[in-house]
Design a protein around this ligand. Sequence first.
Ligand code: PHE
Length: 339
Amino acid sequence: MKEQLYALRTDAAVRIAQAGDTTQLEAVRVALLGKKGELTAILKQMGKLSAEERPVIGQLANEARGELEGLLAARAAALGAEETARRLAAETLDVTMPGSRKRLGHKHPLTVVLDEVKEIFLGMGFSVATGPEVEWDYYNFEALNLPQGHPARDTQDTFYITETMLLRTQTSPVQVRVMEQQKPPIRIIAPGRVYRSDAVDATHSPLFHQIEGLVVDEGITMADLKGSLDQLAKRLFGEETRTRFRPHHFPFTEPSCEVDISCFRCGGAGCPMCKGEGWIEILGAGMVHPKVLAGCGIDPERYSGFAFGVGLERLTMFRFQIDDMRLLFENDMRFLGQF
Ligand code: PHE
């Protein structure tokens, strides 16, 4: 038994030293000193010893236990310190490291320009009106002096839901809806989506946006229209911008005009941007047709008004010098990220 105890002491010292972490060390402790451990196994043989041998071996066994406990405690302390050091090293925070940045979104270029236009007209006392995109034939055409079979309908072919219901081709039906609801003085803009059965190319899309304007009051003249649109052009494209009003025809305005602005690239001299013209067409407008006023219950003898409709995509393309309308709908971040 003496030899067994000595052997246990040397063997145990090695195993304790080799335990790589506190879990392994605990396993070694249980194997050596536990109830079913190796020291207990040796001590179970004590019964076989003579009365003289027993205290001697007992003494040796106690020494062995004491020594093993000492070694275990020392190793536990050393492993604990190592583990703490390792954990501290692993958990060290480098507060000087750059954080992970979240990329902020921003307004779509169409929204940027729409917001500018709204701002300009709100400043002139207009308010914002809206109407449905799925519209009655009545509001989109009929009430705008475009009865069934009118040739001007051909230029605004659209998507029909039923014979009498369609996707609106223009924001002008909002004029009628507002005039039915409100009596003069009226001063509104009506931005929104419109639809036409057009194939997609650099300047056409079956879905695009218009901003309608409508003013109705006593004594409204073409001069009010010119003044308002002049403001719009100057605020959007710069103070030096001039406007030009050309006679045109719309069934729901009389007289009607198309409005050009002096080319913001060449100032009117002629360049590729304005195709050598010096002028760029931006919108259609006119004085609200007496038939349209009367149809909405507004007396054309007492009141007059002006209206205009401007394409938001066109404005945005000129504003940011974008040469292909498709870019505004593709949602490619390489493009949108530039605004
Ligand atoms: N609605 C017309 C268009 O889409 C534009 C317009 C609006 C013209 C208001 C005159 C008055 O072409």
